[in-house]
Write a protein that binds this ligand. Structure first.
Ligand SMILES: N[C@@H](CCC(=O)N[C@@H](CS)C(=O)NCC(=O)O)C(=O)O
Length: 406
């Protein structure tokens, strides 16, 4: 379980315990009938009560309970209006039950504890019933009932919190670092918090997955894998990605590698959330797939070795294959002409909407645009350049560039 969840459950457990202990202490110290002295003066009976800490204890117990309830409500958010990934159906049903029952028990426990505390102090009055006098005391079991209801409320609150927060994704292996960078990503709200020593997600394949998360508004946590020290080749990582590369994801118990398959998986799983990346009809989906396949087989087949030779190898102090790069650039020019033609009559690759077909090109495009010659090749193709300017102006790309350290 994530550290944050463990801390949260620990705090709630502690508050529940404190609430129950103080309520039981109130029960033990409440004023008993045998402790009340009845004195008679001028034929008027008067009740004399001893001092009791039950008022303070009952009040404190109610306070702990209220604190716990506020923490659960604020940290979980409302289950029906919360943003981010929807919980699974079973989690949703459990959350709903816990939500309703815990509020019910909370209200009763809170009222019982406060009323018990107040009545325990109500000892200046004497009461009369059918000619007989009796001195009012809080009935046995009132504070104990409050204690048990507090424990139930907080236990349900913890289950509610865990059910709602378990929908956050444990996600993707990502590259980062100083050279070609490295890392794995796994679950955390929106953009991972920056620590003193940020590790940026610089490799293109993990960036594809992150871009999908950002478009789909999926929460995630990044776990970094250090490519510089070949952490990706270690047995622990090979269990996630048997080819010793990044990214890889863990979504609960489900594991997956290959950035395009991961992006499609999340785009499908969260089809109703964030940008629709898959297309709206059978034909539209087929066109999205077509251009996504073009990316893999035509565009990336050229872009990848160009980036390796012109960017990655020099960083590693390795020699670039200049002849190969020149050949690749010529071939890339032909592919870009086809894209340019397509984009002269379509706003995006699969039509009028941004989809997976566009998204999947972006990480490699980001790299290519930093290579002067290729930047010029792009600028020389008006429609293609217009497309790139539009998609690289999207908030998701801007957020990704922050994560990439730009
Ligand atoms: N087809 C894979 C390619 C994965 C890949 O090439 N990852 C690179 C980073 S972009 C990597 O892990 N490089 C380090 C290595 O190969 O050792 C995917 O899309 O996930």
């Amino acid at each position: 379980m994530e550290r944050r969840k463990v801390v949260m459950c620990g705090v709630l457990f502690l508050l529940g315990l404190l609430s129950a202990v103080t309520a039981f202490a109130a029960e033990a110290t409440r004023i008993k009938r045998s402790q009340v002295k009845v004195t008679v003066s001028d034929s008027i009976k008067k009740c004399t009560y001893p001092r009791s800490p039950a008022f303070d204890l009952g009040f404190t117990s109610a306070l702990f309970l209220m604190m716990a309830q506020i923490i659960v409500s604020v940290s979980s958010g409302c289950f029906c209006c919360r943003k981010g990934p929807a919980p699974s159906r079973s989690n949703w049903i459990i959350s709903l039950i816990c939500f309703v029952v815990s509020w019910f028990t909370f209200v009763i426990a809170f009222l019982v504890l406060l009323t018990g505390a107040a009545l325990n102090d109500e000892h200046t009055e004497e009461s009369m019933n059918a000619g007989t006098y009796f001195c009012y005391i809080v009935k046995p079991g009132v504070f104990s009932t409050g204690a048990v209801l507090s424990l139930i409320t907080i236990a349900l609150g913890i289950v509610y919190y865990l059910c709602l927060t378990s929908s956050k994704q444990n996600v993707a292996a990502t590259t980062t670092g100083t050279n070609q960078g490295t890392g794995i990503a796994m679950g955390q709200p929106q953009i991972p918090e920056r620590v003193e020593d940020p590790v940026f997600v610089t490799a293109a394949c993990p960036q594809r997955v992150l871009l999908c998360f950002l478009e789909k508004e999926i929460e995630f946590e990044i776990i970094h894998i250090d490519l510089d020290t070949f952490e990706q080749k270690k047995p622990e990582h090979l269990l996630r990605q048997p080819f010793g590369q990044v990214p890889a994801i863990e979504d609960g118990d489900f594991k997956l590698f290959e950035s395009r398959a991961i992006a499609r998986y999340y785009a499908t799983k969260y089809a109703d959330q964030g940008t629709n990346l898959l297309g709206k009809s059978l034909e539209h989906r087929a066109i999205v797939d077509q251009w996504a396949d073009v990316e893999t087989h035509y565009f990336n087949a050229l872009a990848h070795p160009i980036v390796i030779n012109l960017i990655i190898k020099p960083r590693l102090g390795e020699k670039c294959d200049v002849v190969l790069v020149e050949e690749l650039k010529v071939k890339l020019g032909v592919v870009l002409d086809i894209y340019n033609n397509r984009l002269s009559s379509n706003r995006f690759l699969a039509g009028e909407e941004f989809t997976m077909a566009d998204l999947t090109h972006m990480p490699a495009m980001g790299y290519l645009m930093s290579i002067t010659d290729i930047n010029q090749m792009v600028k020389a193709r008006g429609s293609f350049n217009r497309w790139w300017e539009e998609i690289s102006d999207r908030p998701s790309w801007k957020k990704l560039m922050v994560l990439a350290g730009h």
